[in-house]
Design a protein around this ligand. Structure first.
Ligand code: ADP
Ligand code: ADP
Length: 227
């Protein structure tokens, strides 16, 4: 569903992604690990079009992400992203945070957007907080809202950039449980994380990056059995 073909990414002189060739298949959960600065976040941001690539081809469902006639907004509808720091709008309620993009981008009516938002809030066990503001929620609760927001656009893949790294230990499990549930339901997920328990238990594949390169790309069982 997503294909990296000879991708190079430069920030000025800095070579951040070096000849990346990868395929992500529908329904797969792939965990990406590697030291800080190895290019994990850059890779995710290339997939959702937040970053341009310098060379190579990035195909999403057969469409070249950086083709001349590609509508980047069409691609973004297909690619949801969950950030380390939630990025919720502080002056909007939980419900409003989730309804915003579907109304604006997908042109959903207010009623439809609200119905959908409530459905996804229920999925992440946050429906009872729908009228709260983000600042009144724990980090783990905010992150579950952010996941619901990602789902509300109906994406074919959800990207997670260190979704639990900024959380208090006691709220991490709730977020991981939601992610496990999505994986079971067949959601395609690419997850940058340090949570090796999650990787072992949930991932189909583990990719190890260092210094802008993919050094390992293996099935989870093989990854953990022959380190
Ligand atoms: P990771 O997610 O593995 O920690 P990143 O993808 O965030 O790595 O960063 C990879 C490298 O690219 C780092 O050395 C980082 O400093 C650099 N980098 C990331 N974003 C930019 C940017 N916008 N401009 C310049 N350098 C960047
Ligand atoms: P995260 O770990 O949440 O990905 P980072 O601190 O790596 O956050 O990056 C935050 C932002 O700063 C990103 O938009 C990235 O592009 C930018 N950035 C990261 N490293 C550099 C850098 N060396 N020079 C310029 N911008 C950078």
């Amino acid at each position: 569903m997503i294909e990296f073909k000879n991708i190079e990414k430069y920030y000025g002189e800095f070579h951040a992604l070096k000849n990346i060739n990868l395929t992500f298949n529908q329904g797969e959960v792939v965990v990406v690990i590697g030291p800080s600065g190895s290019g994990k976040s850059t890779m995710l941001r290339c997939i959702n079009g937040l970053e341009d690539i310098s060379e190579g081809e990035l195909l999403i469902k057969g469409t070249n992400l950086h083709g001349k006639n590609t509508n980047i907004n069409e691609i973004r509808k297909n690619v949801g992203m969950v950030f380390q720091h939630f990025n919720l709008y502080p002056h909007k309620t939980v419900l409003e945070n989730i309804m915003l993009a579907p109304m604006k981008v997908l042109k959903q009516s207010k009623e439809e957007a609200q119905q959908n938002a409530e459905k996804f809030l229920d999925k992440v066990n946050m429906l009872d907080k729908k009228d709260s503001y983000p600042s009144n929620l724990s980090g783990g609760q905010q992150q579950r809202v952010a996941i619901a927001r990602g789902l509300a656009m109906g994406p074919s893949v959800l990207l997670f950039d260190e979704p639990t790294s900024a959380l208090d230990p006691e709220t991490i499990e709730d977020v991981l449980d939601v992610m496990k549930k999505l994986a079971k339901e067949g959601m395609t997920m690419i997850v940058v994380t340090h949570e090796m328990g999650f990787a072992r238990e949930v991932a189909d594949r583990v990719i190890f990056m260092a210094d802008g390169e993919v050094l390992e790309d293996r099935e989870t069982v093989s990854f953990f059995e022959n380190p």
